[in-house]
Design a protein around this ligand. Structure first.
Ligand code: SF4
Ligand code: SF4
Length: 362
């Protein structure tokens, strides 16, 4: 291309400053390793520039120099060349910096791998298809990838590669659809109805109680006291942790965590779901595979919310500020559930902290 990679223009920027700009969003400190006399574009002051000790000893020497410069300042390092214009800060954040608010588990990695596989196989299948049969208007990325493929491979090879990649894509989509209902990624299906059926009354408004009704139960005690929208909230949680990050109680070290509370609703609901005689929980399946009998449906539905979705102390930590609700991208309603649990503890169990008792008495 006639220019060093670090100086290549891309989307109105120079390549190396662009990559540094993207990385600065998610990692610190940043070390750039260059050859002894290499000319590099201007970079922000806090970026350290390290020079290889000798010329022409390959990329491993550069990696060693960069890691040596980072020694003692970081627990993990993200290594990259400078020619990655499509670098995604979110990718680096998920794998390296890992903010405390996010939940890291195998489910998340399986989902990310499947999404990457679905998108990657479709893109490559199209590139091979275009190389074998000609471009289609508008698909400029696949068309660009098809150019070198056309030059490198015979038409037969291109067609076979297209068929393999296309069927791999179909198989991955099918596997993804089967996996989806059992994963936290179910929120891609539940988010829309959850937002559609969001609470429209003022945020602080609570359901009225008929205190004169002697048969009424008050507040939320067990799973079956939750409404369908509360359970939908549980299945819609993306585990992004924004509510946790916004919560003043959590941030001052109290046991309350609005994120785990909502995840707890989903866990209780899933446990109750195991009691329903549907595939794969039907008696026939259980008998065939020697699976243990499910817990009785009544016991599952009577699972207590206190200590089931949040500890007793946490119920009283909430200041009902609504910051969690405000921060939630899928409009989950946390406060009404916490207040509902409090109502039950106060009105049905007379169980509340000492300080509240003395305030009520005065
Ligand atoms: S309403 Fe309660 S749970 Fe939500 S952010 Fe405020 S203190 Fe935390
Ligand atoms: S902000 Fe909403 S989606 Fe994110 S973890 Fe909290 S409840 Fe779940």
């Amino acid at each position: 291309m006639g220019r060093p990679k670090a100086w290549l223009p891309f989307a109105g920027e120079i390549m190396l400053p662009r990559v540094v700009r993207l990385l600065r969003q998610v990692v610190s400190p940043i070390v750039v390793v260059a050859a002894p006399e290499q000319d590099i574009p201007p970079l922000p002051d806090e970026v350290r520039i390290i020079r290889d000790e000798e010329k022409g000893r390959g990329p491993l020497q550069g990696l060693a120099a960069g890691l040596t410069a980072l020694a003692g300042t970081a627990d993990a390092a993200y290594l990259t060349s400078c020619d990655v214009p499509f670098l995604q800060p979110a990718f680096v954040r998920r794998l390296i910096t890992k903010p405390a608010r996010l939940t890291y588990n195998r489910d998340a990695l399986v989902i990310l791998s499947m999404i990457g596989g679905v998108v990657g196989t479709e893109l490559l299948a199209e590139a091979f298809e275009f190389a074998a049969h000609g471009d289609q208007p508008g698909a400029f990325v696949a068309a660009a990838l098809a150019v070198p493929l056309r030059a490198l491979f015979a038409p037969d090879v291109l067609q076979v590669a297209f068929a393999i990649l296309w069927w791999a894509h179909i198989a991955l989509v099918a596997a993804f659809l089967v996996y989806l209902p059992f994963s936290k990624h179910l929120h891609i299906a539940t988010s829309f109805p959850n937002i559609w059926f969001r609470k429209l009354s003022p945020r602080g408004e609570l359901p009225k109680m008929d205190l004169e009704d002697e048969t009424a139960t008050f507040g939320l005690k067990t799973l079956q006291d939750l409404g369908w929208k509360d359970v939908l909230d549980g299945f819609t949680c993306t585990e992004c942790g924004r509510c946790q990050e916004a919560c003043p109680a959590y941030n001052t070290g109290k046991p309350l965590n609005p994120k785990t509370m909502i995840m707890g609703i989903r866990d209780l609901a899933e446990a109750a779901e195991q009691t329903i005689d549907i595939i794969p929980n039907s008696p026939i399946v259980r008998e065939t595979h020697g699976l243990p009998a499910p817990i009785p449906a009544g016991a599952a539905m009577a699972a207590p919310l206190v200590d089931g979705i949040m500890p007793y102390e946490a119920v009283w930590d909430c200041v009902t500020c609504g910051a969690c609700v405000e921060a939630c991208p899928v409009l989950i309603e946390h406060v009404d559930k916490i207040v509902g649990i409090r109502r039950n503890l106060v009105l049905e169990e007379s169980r509340f902290p000492q300080v509240t008792q003395s305030q009520t008495a005065s």
